[in-house]
Write a protein that binds this ligand. Structure first.
Ligand SMILES: Cc1cc2nc3c(=O)[nH]c(=O)nc-3n(C[C@H](O)[C@H](O)[C@H](O)COP(=O)(O)O)c2cc1C
Ligand SMILES: C=C(O[C@@H]1CC(C(=O)O)=C[C@@H](OP(=O)(O)O)[C@H]1O)C(=O)O
Length: 387
């Protein structure tokens, strides 16, 4: 499976194409819309999220509620476009756009590098596409992948484990359903009520100071069959693909699987998960410190992946930058921005991870139809249990 997204932040719409889905997959549009609406929430978001109501329009690949096997094309409207029609015009000589040219690059955003690379004197031509508005399209892609995962009994959830200086207490034994339910009820998508309060306070304080905040999110995937991904080639290692997917989210600077960087500090006996066996379960691990992966392949234990998001680059508190025309130093000023998007980004992370797991499934098993895939996954589970 593969996908493409297109669309500018203030253009008419985001467009996405998912290619390679099995046929006969029940396509519940409401479930896709639900993921989009989750991404719009979260404490710390700016005014744009009050303007948009993200929903998909199905353009192809679905008929009478099921996928046909053809590429699925979806569109998400940008309601804000109505105010940007002239500035975003594809016609030559946009006078209004010329007057509103962006010549002041924001430190930490794509503005300056993109302008130099693509030879744009109006950095709007960069920022429109580098905007995390695009993550709405990626969430829709992941939501489609989840329809498929659900049919295979695989569940995904996420929660926020850090915002700024506030860290949530670990929630070791929680199952995916509980994580999903509790995080959903929290404005910062956090499982620890004390940390939640402190996170909200820290976001408010940063906003008051004209500053922004980042944090860490954790994604958990449960009921994954053994042996997704492969040790035999670098680009088939599923843990590596997941890390790439997470770091590709706007403002994400790192990913770790299981205990991740902590593993560098500990001894082997404290890191590796002992292998056990029982009649009912077959092989299983006593612990899951390696986050569900050995040799780039799933162990059957939950996949646990964390991603770190840097603070939002657009700041009310001025940071020094240089105007690309006058070459004069200025202190950046802005109109509108999120000041913390970690809770929303957790939803993005959840969905990009879901996509990678679904892609691995379809790549590995016979999957022209949903039924073939479900049978193959079941067969793999039985094989692992009887091994
Ligand atoms: C959900 C989400 C919302 C974001 N909102 C903003 C925002 O309002 N303002 C901003 O400057 N950056 C925002 N960002 C981050 C920028 O998109 C990102 O920093 C930029 O594309 C540069 O890419 P890089 O940080 O990965 O280098 C957001 C990111 C995410 C994931
Ligand atoms: C539009 C979204 O996020 C945007 C991401 C973003 C950025 O620079 O990444 C900047 C802001 O854009 P605007 O200036 O239009 O308010 C955010 O609102 C979204 O998440 O759907």
């Amino acid at each position: 499976m593969r996908y493409l997204t297109a669309g500018e932040s203030h253009g008419p719409q985001l467009t996405l194409i998912v290619e390679g889905l099995p046929s006969q997959l029940p396509f519940d549009k409401n479930k896709v819309d639900e993921q989009l609406s989750r991404r719009q929430k979260g404490y710390g978001r700016g005014r744009r999220m009050q303007i948009e109501t993200d929903r998909v329009e199905i353009l192809s690949g679905v008929r009478f509620g099921k996928t046909t096997g053809a590429p699925v094309a979806l569109a998400i409207e940008n309601k804000d476009w109505a105010k940007w029609v002239e500035v975003m015009s594809p016609e030559p000589d946009g006078e209004k756009a010329e007057k509103r040219r962006v010549s002041r690059p924001r430190p930490g955003h794509a503005d300056l590098n993109g302008a130099i690379k693509y030879d744009h004197r109006d950095m709007r031509d960069v920022l429109e596409r580098s905007s995390a508005r695009e993550t709405a399209a990626r969430v829709a892609v992941g939501a489609v992948a989840r329809l498929l995962l659900e049919e295979c009994g695989i569940r995904v959830a996420s929660h926020v484990v850090r915002i700024g200086s506030v860290e949530a207490k670990p929630s070791a034994e929680w199952r995916v359903e509980e994580i999903a339910r509790v995080s959903e009820a929290s404005p910062v998508r956090c499982l620890d009520p004390d940390a939640e309060k402190a996170m909200i306070q820290e976001i408010d304080q940063a906003k008051q100071d004209g500053d922004s905040l980042g944090g860490i999110v954790e994604v958990i995937v449960e009921n994954v069959p053994v042996g997704l991904g492969s040790h035999v080639h670098w680009d088939r290692k599923l843990d590596a693909r997941i890390a790439q997917a997470v770091v590709s989210i706007n403002a994400f600077k790192g990913a770790e699987i299981g205990i991740g960087f902590e593993a560098g500090r500990l001894r082997g006996s404290q890191v590796h998960d002992e292998i056990l066996w029982s009649e009912e379960e077959g092989f299983y691990r006593a612990t899951n410190r390696l986050g569900g992966f050995e040799g780039g392949m799933t162990t059957g234990e939950p996949i646990v992946v964390r991603g770190v998001m840097k603070p939002i680059p657009t700041l009310y508190k001025p940071l020094k930058s240089v105007d690309i025309d006058s070459k004069e130093s200025f202190a950046a000023s802005i109109e509108r921005s999120d000041n913390c998007a970690v809770p929303a980004a957790g939803v993005v992370a959840e969905n990009v991870v879901a996509w990678e797991v679904a892609r691995a499934l379809v790549e590995q098993f016979s999957a022209d139809t949903l039924q073939e895939l479900v049978q193959a996954v079941q067969a793999r589970r039985e094989k692992a249990k009887g091994f």
